[in-house]
Structures are given as structure tokens and as C-alpha cells.
Design a protein around this ligand. Sequence first.
Ligand code: MG
Length: 297
Amino acid sequence: LKLVTFEAGGMPRPGALMMGERTIADIQQLVPGINSLLDIVRGGPGIMESLRDAVANPCASAVFNQSDVRLLAPIPRPARNIFCVGKNYYEHAEEFHSSGYDASADKTAIPDCPIYFTKSYTTVIGPGMPIPASSDWTASVDYEVELTAVIGKGGRGISKADAYDHVFGYTIINDVTSRTLQQKHKQWFLGKNFDGFCPMGPWLVTSDEVGNINEITVSTEVNGELRQKANVKDLIFDVPTLVQSLSEVMTLEPGDLIATGTPAGVGLGFKPPKFLVPGDTVSVSVSRLGSLTNPVT
Ligand code: MG
């Protein structure tokens, strides 16, 4: 299933795409008590079964044309910060390390262990919403396409072998970053946390529909120019490793988001850097998931 959060009548509602993405079934009308995608993720296999039955044959009054509604981020208000991983593709690790913007303590480009930071939920915006680049006074705003895993079944001490059983599905995040603040403040948190610096969407695709993530590609276009393109199989630390290492120290909860890192081709890698400026349009895409497009203001 491809799940969305959409706005109709001024309220966010959970929906499921139908008819080759042209229409949306209003889940709130079809499955009583389900008011958000987080309710579905937390509801477990029982809810998913009712949902699949309901969406297979919805009444006409519960179907919207996608063109008539506004899509929001699939999880517009995560329950806590989004977990993110830095330098998780080999070529990007080299690119970032040699850019002069890497203030991390690493002496080498390729990390031995995943480098974690978080993005606050106040960064999250939906498809089509403007990325407020002009709020970064250092004018060093960069894009980062990232495959993002959504935890379904929570837990502590999850093994790599069991990790995929804990992944409900996937979405796309653009980990928008102020490179100068990322560098100046040593830890990456501040440069990653301007309001509006986390476009998410356009939908959340369930794991069964995504299939083997090692077969998928991620890419970015800025104003139609291809900047990033890579295979998820080239991650330094794969999704099972991330689930294992996070859950070794903390309890993962349903709805937690893990952004897996970005490949080479970010703006800072160019000489001179190609940072985002107002008027640009950024599209981040993941095969089998779709494309997330946002204007820059
Ligand atoms: Mg990133």
C-alpha cells in the first residue's frame, strides 16, 4: 500500500492511494478509530488487514481525486526527532570529508560506526511546501536525498536478522542542511534543524510493496539538473545495521523514522558549491517510492 496524509476540509486525514495514484481512499471513513498514519503504524497487523479489505472496495463517498486535495508529509508530526545518519555512502563520505565543511572529529573519511544526529519534528514539511532557504543567513543551504525507514514493531536489542520485521515501510526525506552552521557548531544538529528543513513524502510505502531495498536507487534533481544518483546497496551501514545499533541502546517505537544518509552529489561537493537559492526547485526521488518536489524560497 501507498499511504498518505492529505488535507480535506481543513483537517489532516490518513489515506491510501488507488487507481495508479490518481485517487485516495479516505481511511478515516473506512476504518473507524484510525485518524492518522501513526495510528495505522501503531495498530499492527490486525489494523493492516482491516485496512487492505476496506481499501479494496471503498464506497464512492470515501474516495477523493488526488488533484482535489493537498498532500501533507505522511507523518507530519513524528512523536520524536527523526534519527539521521551522516556520511553513509562511500563516495559522499569522501566528498564531504574533502569539502572543508566536515567538522566532525573523524580523521578519516569513512566512518567505523554510524554517525547519528537528529532532526526535530519542527523541521518537517510536506510535498510542494517551500523550503525556507532565505532563513539561513549564511546562504549555504544544501539538499540530501535519503531513503527513510519507518519503524513498525518497536523493541530493544533488535538483531540484524530480525531488523526488517520491525520496518513498517519507507518514505523519502530531503535532509536540508545549512553547511556553514553544520561546520561552525561542530555537531551537526543546529545546521540541520531550521524549521522547514525536512521535506517528507510524498507517501509512505509499506515494506511488502517496496520489496528488496538493495535494488532501489535514490536521486536528486535541482531545476531539472541531475545532481545525485546512487544505489541503496552502496550504503556503508545498511538498514539492519542501523536498527540493530540504535536499538542496542534505546527502545525503538512504532512510527520512529530513520533517515539512512545521502550519496555523493550534494551542492557542497561542487567547486564552487551549488547551494540552493530562492527560486530553485528540488526533487528528491527513490525508485518504487516516488518523487518529492519542493520549491525553495
Ligand atoms: Mg543527511
